[in-house]
Design a protein around this ligand. Structure first.
Ligand code: DC
Length: 228
């Protein structure tokens, strides 16, 4: 029996551009698994902090990442993971992890390991994966590439609302400054900086509702699949 080719949908873009909501929604509509690649960089940052590894020391960070065992599993349609058997859960969203994750994500050895793990998740089946380098590095050959963007002020407002929900004490201005710092680091690092992948459809979601962006992604992928 012939098996159908594996489908990977790449959704890249800067912080708080709506990638998670859109990737999750598109995965649900298409019946694919959802992968949040940033959660791996965040999880490894959490592990560094817990083991008092200086995140500004790339050698120490690479050493920790190389000795950490990652195991993957599916939960409610999303690919999740444990680090040495532990699920960091919501701790990967803390302000401290948020401040340090760009350092960890800039280490070439870390990126090489994470990219390998991300490619391996195709063993679970068709995927919608969100991140910064999915269409450029992780799955450069996929025909299904999207780049989401939104004005920095709108992105800061969205991220601030998430922090307010989790009772974090911050302001939109502080969130905007932190987002811009992170965007700068993510876009200027030497290895796999945030870039628009060749052939990616660019969607500016500043004035759009998430469900409308999901609709664009899902219909384009369905169209492409039906044309074979
Ligand atoms: O999407 P996020 O905010 O959870 O990402 C956390 C950090 O990880 C962010 O600083 C960018 C980095 N990242 C990356 O370099 N490559 C990816 N594919 C995903 C995230």
């Amino acid at each position: 029996m012939l098996s159908s080719p594996l489908i990977t949908v790449a959704i890249d873009g800067p912080s708080a551009s709506g990638k998670s909501t859109v990737a999750r929604g598109a995965a649900r509509a298409l019946g694919f698994h959802y992968v949040d690649s940033g959660s791996l960089y965040r999880g490894l940052t959490w592990k560094c902090l817990r083991e008092s590894v200086n995140t500004e020391d790339p050698v120490a960070v690479a050493e920790l990442v190389n000795r950490t065992k990652l195991d993957f599993f599916v939960e409610e349609g999303a690919i999740r993971f444990t680090l040495d058997g532990e699920d960091p859960g919501a701790q990967i969203r803390s302000m401290l992890v948020q401040e340090r994750v760009s350092d960890v994500a800039a280490v070439p050895d870390v990126r090489a390991r994470v990219v390998q793990h991300l490619r391996d998740t195709t063993r679970f089946g068709n995927l919608v994966m969100e991140g910064r380098d999915i269409g450029t590095v992780v799955f450069p050959d996929t025909p299904h590439k999207f780049y989401l963007d939104a004005d920095p002020e709108e992105r800061a407002r969205r991220r601030h609302q998430e922090f307010v929900k989790s009772a974090a004490d911050t302001t939109v201005d502080k969130v905007l400054a932190s987002l811009q710092r992170r965007d700068r680091k993510d876009s200027t690092r030497k290895t796999a900086p945030l870039q628009i992948a060749l052939g990616a459809r660019i969607i500016d979601s500043t004035a759009m509702q998430a469900k409308d962006v999901v609709e664009i992604v899902v219909s384009q992928v369905r169209d492409a699949i039906s044309k074979g």
